[in-house]
Design a protein around this ligand. Structure first.
Ligand code: DGL
Length: 261
């Protein structure tokens, strides 16, 4: 394995940074290419048919261009819809992001858990399957919130975020039957851990779980024994002109070069 071969992270926007963060902690010298399909954003509003074609095609272009050793679909929406298609289209290992329903069910005492994702993610049979396998004795309340995706993008662009807006975006989930008993919520969209502090302030009695740390461990396992360069490098590529306002946040995640694909 060429030590300079990067890890490719893929999302519709900045959400995948919540997966890159824990990965950087485990693999500090890994070269990173972070790809955001900003021209296709937001994925949560797209159809299954669109994403099942768009995601593998784009990943194949990125793999041809950057020759990564492994690709991470750091997006629940793309993973729950297109992970199998992407694996079939690529010859490198592909790590997906699936809603952390299992750890949420392990943590819940009230046996009422929430799955907070995009509208596209929460309607996936993949989620039904995880709920049936790992949370069959729980009430699993689902809510899709495009507002929270936009709020996470705005926060990383340096805009002020009000706790009230976070509260209003999540309140419909808590208002569903049995919602008042919910003690754990799954952040089933990679944008949402970027708002973890604001969500905790708005809903202090509900614990949050997400897949970021588990995915980082999986990447470390799959690349175990491989060589890395002496120093970390990172670049971000966007499928539409990159917003200057995001450069500060990208650089905090070690993504100092920013390009349009
Ligand atoms: N970050 C993405 C996810 O994990 C999708 C956000 C969007 O583009 O709607 O689902």
């Amino acid at each position: 394995m060429d030590p300079s071969a990067p890890l490719l992270f893929f999302d519709s926007g900045v959400g995948g940074l919540s997966v890159l963060g824990p990965t950087r902690e485990l693999l500090p010298n890994a070269p990173i290419v972070y790809a955001a399909d900003s021209a296709g954003f937001p994925y949560g509003k797209r159809t299954e048919e669109e994403l099942a074609v768009r995601v593998p095609e784009l990943l194949a272009r990125l793999v041809a261009r950057f020759r990564p050793r492994l690709a991470v679909i750091a997006c629940n929406t793309a993973s729950t819809i297109a992970l199998d298609h992407a694996r079939a289209a690529l010859e490198i290992p592909v790590v997906g992001t699936v809603p952390a329903i299992k750890p949420a069910a392990e943590l819940s005492r009230s046996r009422v858990i929430g799955v907070l994702g995009t509208e596209a993610t929460v309607r996936q049979p993949y989620v039904d399957d995880l709920a049936a396998r790992f949370a069959s004795d729980c009430t699993v309340i689902r809510h899709g919130s495009p507002e929270l995706v936009e709020l996470a993008e705005a926060k990383l662009a340096g805009e002020p975020i009000s706790i009230e807006s976070i509260h209003d975006a999540i309140a419909p989930m808590v208002r569903q039957p049995d919602g008042e008993k919910m003690d754990v919520m799954v952040l089933a969209c990679t944008h949402f851990p970027l708002l973890a502090d604001e969500i905790a302030t708005a809903f202090p009695s509900i614990a949050q779980v997400d897949g970021g740390t588990g995915i980082a461990r999986r990447i470390a396992y799959l690349t175990g024994g491989q060589e890395w360069p002496a120093r970390p490098t990172g670049k971000a590529v966007f499928t539409s002109p990159p917003a200057d306002a995001l450069r500060g946040a990208l650089s905090r995640f070690g993504l100092d070069e920013v390009h349009q694909l």
